[in-house]
Design a protein around this ligand. Structure first.
Ligand SMILES: NC(=O)c1ccc[n+]([C@@H]2O[C@H](COP(=O)([O-])OP(=O)(O)OC[C@H]3O[C@@H](n4cnc5c(N)ncnc54)[C@H](O)[C@@H]3O)[C@@H](O)[C@H]2O)c1
Length: 357
């Protein structure tokens, strides 16, 4: 069996989670990990891993990354690496992904693919020219209940979609010293970190609807950050429906887990996390409650994502989380930031003919 030689770039929380998920795959050897922080590399080598609840001591003793390096550039250029997983702070994704693709490596990059639409457009083009698999870690796409909701919508059971409500909200996350709250490293705040999940999931379950224009309101009220920590986005679909997405880091709310999606159709309603569907049948009301309680960020999500990436490498095809598709998610994020900073409604038509710059 062909075994793909994969390197992890960024050995923090998500890098180690990806590392474990990939090591579980028979067709993978995790051959290298690169991070300028030697302490992070030491944790990867010696443990305990921050994702210890997913990968216990026995697993960590059994599997070891062969080459740990502070020289990320060397790993990206190495002929002994077939693919890389990029799990570094958001703003660094563009340069690292660009170098990896230019060196002929397949890529799985954590969300957000890049922090601007123009950067995303450029890296997707390089992947296309070099015929490389390029995936984005929008992990919700691998949740069985997301697939269930997608099938409900696709079957027409709830009719035409008229409204979507989504949220990506941490209840009490106050990361005062973290890179997540610094624009220079994160490229944005709660929208690009949390709001991106329901936006991308909405695009997935509605099968890539077009959007005509967007409006966003954002504030910084919970900490001394130079990025937003609370906001609301309104997105209008080409077909006339609309979506309202809330995002935040420290907004206590009583409505389910940290991220959710509710889809209102002309004949019914489907909700993700906790997943419920309600619809009318011949004038009576049908109802199906497949599950009650969820932890949406389960180990299984990352394992399914890693397995799908390997399948894409084997078949040399783009997956359900392709960067090409994700370009539209990044376009919406970019347009929402444009709306907030310029205090106006933004038409997605502005992105045509190089207008995304
Ligand atoms: N999909 C999810 O569920 C999920 C959850 C959390 C974070 N994320 C995303 O994963 C990415 C990483 O987040 P994290 O929580 O693991 O952060 P983290 O701070 O735990 O880890 C980031 C690591 O990258 C390293 N790094 C910084 N610059 C680098 C460079 N130029 N080259 C190599 N390594 C570099 C840092 O030293 C650090 O070890 C972010 O893009 C974030 O948005 C995704």
């Amino acid at each position: 069996m062909e075994r793909f030689r994969i390197a992890i770039i960024g050995a923090g929380k998500m890098g180690i989670t990806h590392c474990g998920a990939l090591m579980e795959q028979d067709a993978v050897r995790v051959v290298a990990a690169g991070d300028p922080d030697t302490k992070k590399l030491r944790v990867l080598a010696e443990g305990p891993w921050p994702s210890i609840e997913y990968y216990d001591d026995d697993f960590q003793r059994l599997y070891r990354v062969e080459n740990l390096s502070i020289n990320t550039g060397e790993i990206l250029a190495s002929p002994d690496v077939d693919a890389v997983v990029v799990s570094t702070p958001n703003a660094s994704h563009y340069e690292i992904v660009r170098a990896a693709l230019a060196n002929g490596k397949h890529v799985l990059v954590e969300k957000p693919m890049t922090v601007t639409y123009e950067q995303a457009r450029q890296v997707v083009e390089i992947a296309e020219i070099n015929n490389l698999v390029f995936s984005v870690g929008q992990c919700w796409r691998f949740h069985p209940e997301v697939e269930y909701v997608r099938n409900v919508v696709g079957s027409g059971l709830i009719g035409e979609i008229v409204k979507v409500k989504g949220y990506g909200i941490h209840e009490s996350w106050m990361p005062e010293s973290s890179w997540f709250v610094k624009r220079e490293f994160a490229g944005g705040g709660a929208l690009i970190d949390m709001g991106i999940h329901p936006i991308d999931t909405m695009r997935y379950v509605l099968d890539a609807p077009g959007f005509s224009h967007v409006h966003a309101e954002m504030l910084t009220r919970y900490g001394p950050y130079d990025v937003e920590d609370i906001g609301t986005a309104l997105l209008t679909m080409d077909e006339g429906g609309f979506a309202q997405i809330e995002f935040g880091w420290a907004n206590v709310h009583s409505d389910g887990v940290e991220s959710s999606l509710q889809i209102f159709g002309t004949k019914g309603y489907v909700r993700l996390f906790p997943t419920t569907v309600k619809y009318a049948v011949s004038g009576t009301r049908g109802e199906f409650l497949p599950s009650e309680k969820h932890n949406y960020l389960t180990k299984e999500l990352y394992s399914a994502q890693a397995s799908h990436f390997v399948e894409c490498l084997q078949k040399r095809e783009q997956g359900i989380n392709s960067a090409e598709d994700n370009l539209e998610t990044i376009k919406l994020i970019d347009a929402l930031y444009r709306s907030s900073s310029e205090k106006r409604l933004v038409s997605l038509g502005e992105y045509e003919d190089g207008g995304g710059k």
